[in-house]
Ligand binder design. Structure first.
Ligand code: NAG
Ligand code: NAG
Ligand code: NAG
Ligand code: NAG
Ligand code: CU
Length: 563
C-alpha cells in the first residue's frame, strides 16, 4: 500500500491535471499616450491601453499569449520572468537568444505551462525596450498554498523607475562616443503601481499578502512599512522560511511576497504609510548614498484620517542572501562545471563604454543562439559555433556553479533564465573575488532567480542542469544589458539538435530578414568556419528600432580593455 502522503500527492496531482485550463491572451502591442507621473509621453501598451494587463493563472495551467506587433516602428518580444520554460525553451522570449525580434505587422504565440506558483512578471526582452512601459505582473496561484491561513487578502505592489524620454533616445545618447564616462540615463520619477503613490484599503486585524514586483530599468529601491513588519514568505517565487523584516531592498526584476498585518482595532483607526526610495547612488552600503526619488503609499483604514509622511532614519535592508529555504533544502552537491564570470568596464575603439565579461562584451549573434544549437548538428557542442555570446556549455545533469566576480563599484542584479539557483554566498561591498574556499558557502542556501552582486565583491550561485536549452545569464539593469553584461548557458546541446521551432517563430525571422540556421554568422555548411562572426558591438545603437532596409546590419569596432 502507498504511504498516505504519497496517495494524497497523487490525488492532488490528478485533481490538478483535471482542472488545468488554458489561459489565453490576444495582445496587440501598440503605442499609447500615458502620464503616470503627470508628464505625458508615448508608452508601449497592450490593446491600446497602459498600464499593461496582468497575466494570472493557476499552477498547472497553460498560458498562451498571442503577441501581435502593431508598433509600426519597433520590433518586439516578451519574456516571462522567472518561468523556467521546462521543455519549452523556445518560448522564453529574449531576442537573439531563443527567437528573432518580431518585426511590425507580425505575430507570434508564446505557450507554456505555469508549473510553479508564485509572483512573476513579464517584460519585453528586446534591446532596451521594457523601460518604455512594456511590462506587467504575472501571477501563478497555488492550488494548495502552504501559506494559506497566513493571510486574508492579497495585493500587488509594483515599483519602477520612470523616464520622460523614450528608451531608444536614451540608449543612443548613452552608448555614444560623446558619453565616454558611460553616464547612464537618470530616472525622472518613481512609479508605484504605474502611478503616483498607491493606497490600499486596510481593515484592522486582517493580514495582507503583498506581491512586490520591481519592474525598474535601473535604480535600486528600498521599502519600509512605517511601524509594521513585513513577514517575508517568498522571494522570486521560491518559498523561504518566514522571516520578519523592517526594510527590504528590491533590485530590478526581484520579487518579494510579504505578509503585513493591520494593527489597531475597529475604534482606533489610523493610516499606515510605506516609503519607497530610489537610490540613484551606486552602492547603498557606501557613505554618501542619496535618496533622490521617494514615493509614499498608504494602508488606509479611515480615509478621513491623516496620512502622515514616513520618515526613515537609515536604510539597513535585511541581507537577503541569508534567507532560509522553507523546505530546508540542502546545498546541491559539488559542481561538475564552474562558469567564472568576471566583469569590469571597458571601452571600445570609439571610446564607448561597455561591460567586458572575461575580457569582452557580449554581442548579439546574427542567428538566435537556440537556432544555432538546433541546426549545427554534432558541432553544437563546440563553443566556436556560438560566437560572441560568451557560450558556456554544460551537460545534462551537471551541477553548475556560476562565480560572479564584480570588478566594478556598482551593485548589479544578475538573473538566470531557465533555473532558480541557490545563492551559496553573496558578501557585501569590498570582499573581492571569490577565494574558492567552500567554507564561505551557505549549507542551507536560499533559491531565487535574481541576485544583487555588490561592488568589488562576488557571488557564487549553483543549479542543476535539468532543463535542456539556451539560457541567458545577465545583469538586469537594462542599460547594462545593452553594454554587454551577459553570458549564455548552452545546456545539453545534444538534446537540442533538430528540435522543432514553431513555424510562426521562424516566420518572424524570415520577415525580419534574420537568418535562423547555422552558426552565429549563419554559416550552415561549415559551422566551425567563423567567417562573418562579429565579436565587436555595433557602433551605432539602434535598440528595438525597425529599419527594414538596414537589417541585418553589423559594423566593426575593436574593443580594448581600459588600462
Ligand atoms: C515610434 O512611434 C512612436 C509613437 O508614434 C513615437 O513616439 C516614436 O518616436 C517613434 N520612433 C521610434 C524610433 O520609436
Ligand atoms: C527596483 O529596482 C531598482 C533597480 O535596481 C532599484 O534601484 C530599486 O531599489 C528597486 N526597488 C526596490 C523597492 O527595491
Ligand atoms: C527620501 O526619503 C529618505 C528617507 O526618509 C530621505 O533621507 C531623503 O532625504 C528623501 N529624499 C527626498 C528627495 O525627499
Ligand atoms: C572547436 O572548433 C575549433 C575550430 O575548428 C577547433 O579548433 C577546436 O578544437 C574545437 N573544439 C573542440 C572541443 O572540439
Ligand atoms: Cu548591471
Amino acid at each position: 500500500m502507498l504511504p498516505s502522503s504519497l496517495t494524497a500527492l497523487i490525488a492532488g496531482a490528478l485533481a490538478a491535471v483535471a482542472s488545468a485550463k488554458v489561459v489565453k491572451y490576444n495582445w496587440d502591442v501598440t503605442w499609447v499616450n500615458a502620464a503616470p507621473d503627470g508628464f505625458s509621453r508615448p508608452v508601449i501598451g497592450v490593446n491600446n491601453q497602459w498600464p499593461c494587463p496582468e497575466i494570472r493563472a493557476t499552477e498547472g495551467d497553460t498560458i498562451r499569449v498571442k503577441m501581435n506587433n502593431k508598433l509600426g516602428n519597433q520590433t518586439a518580444s516578451i519574456h516571462f520572468h522567472g518561468i523556467n520554460q521546462i521543455s519549452t525553451n523556445w518560448m522564453d522570449g529574449p531576442s537573439f537568444a531563443t527567437q528573432c525580434p518580431v518585426p511590425p505587422g507580425e505575430s507570434i504565440t508564446y505557450e507554456f505551462v505555469a508549473d510553479t506558483a508564485g509572483t512573476y512578471w513579464w517584460h519585453s526582452h528586446n534591446m532596451g525596450q521594457y523601460p518604455d512601459g512594456f511590462r506587467g505582473p504575472l501571477i501563478v496561484e497555488d492550488r494548495r498554498d502552504p501559506n494559506r491561513g497566513s493571510y486574508d487578502e492579497e495585493r500587488i505592489l509594483t515599483i519602477s523607475d520612470w523616464h520622460h524620454e523614450q528608451s531608444l533616445k536614451l540608449g543612443k545618447a548613452f552608448l555614444n562616443p560623446g558619453n565616454p564616462l558611460g553616464i547612464p540615463p537618470r530616472a525622472d520619477s518613481i512609479l508605484l503601481n504605474d502611478g503616483r503613490g498607491a493606497d490600499y484599503d486596510f481593515k484592522a486585524g486582517k493580514k495582507y499578502r503583498f506581491r512586490i514586483i520591481n519592474m525598474s530599468a535601473s535604480a535600486s529601491a528600498m521599502i519600509d512599512f512605517d511601524s509594521l513588519d513585513m513577514e517575508v514568505i517568498m522571494n522570486d517565487a521560491a518559498h523561504v522560511k518566514k522571516q520578519k523584516v523592517d526594510q527590504l531592498r528590491i533590485t530590478p526584476a526581484q520579487r518579494y511576497d510579504v505578509v503585513v498585518k493591520a494593527k489597531g482595532n475597529r475604534r482606533e483607526k489610523r493610516n499606515f504609510g510605506f516609503l519607497v526610495s530610489l537610490d540613484t547612488n551606486r552602492d547603498h552600503t557606501q557613505p554618501g548614498a542619496r535618496w533622490q526619488l521617494n514615493q509614499t503609499g498608504y494602508l488606509v483604514m479611515d480615509p478621513s484620517k491623516e496620512k502622515k509622511p514616513v520618515v526613515v532614519d537609515a536604510w539597513n535592508p535585511v541581507d537577503d542572501s541569508k534567507f532560509k529555504p522553507r523546505n530546508n533544502a540542502k546545498i546541491l552537491p559539488a559542481p561538475d562545471k564552474t562558469l567564472v564570470f568576471t566583469f569590469e568596464h571597458c571601452a571600445d575603439e570609439h571610446g564607448i563604454l561597455r561591460h567586458c565579461v572575461n575580457g569582452s562584451p557580449f554581442v548579439n549573434p546574427k542567428v538566435p543562439t537556440l537556432y544555432t544549437a538546433a541546426t549545427t548538428g554534432e558541432h553544437n557542442t563546440n563553443e566556436t559555433v556560438y560566437g560572441p555570446v560568451h557560450p558556456f556549455i554544460v551537460s545534462s545533469g551537471d551541477i553548475v556553479d556560476i562565480v560572479v566576480n564584480n570588478h566594478d563599484v556598482g551593485v548589479h542584479p544578475f538573473h538566470l533564465h531557465g533555473h532558480h539557483f541557490q545563492v551559496l554566498t553573496r558578501p557585501f561591498t569590498g570582499a573581492g573575488d571569490w577565494s574558492g574556499s567552500s567554507d564561505e558557502l551557505n549549507k542551507r542556501p536560499p533559491r531565487r532567480d535574481t541576485v544583487s552582486v555588490y561592488g568589488n565583491s562576488h557571488a557564487v550561485l549553483r543549479f542543476e542542469a535539468d532543463n535542456p536549452g539556451v539560457y541567458l545569464f545577465h545583469c538586469h539593469i537594462e542599460w547594462h544589458v545593452e553594454m554587454g553584461l551577459s553570458a549564455t548557458i548552452i545546456e545539453a546541446p545534444d538534446v537540442l539538435r533538430d528540435i522543432a521551432i514553431p513555424n510562426d517563430h521562424i516566420n518572424a525571422c524570415k520577415k525580419a530578414g534574420i537568418p535562423f540556421e547555422g552558426n552565429a554568422a549563419g554559416n550552415v555548411d561549415e559551422p566551425l568556419d567563423t567567417t562573418g562572426i562579429e565579436y565587436d558591438p555595433p557602433l551605432e545603437y539602434t535598440g528595438a528600432e525597425w529599419i527594414p532596409t538596414l537589417i541585418p546590419r553589423f559594423r566593426r569596432s575593436r574593443v580594448a580593455r581600459l588600462a
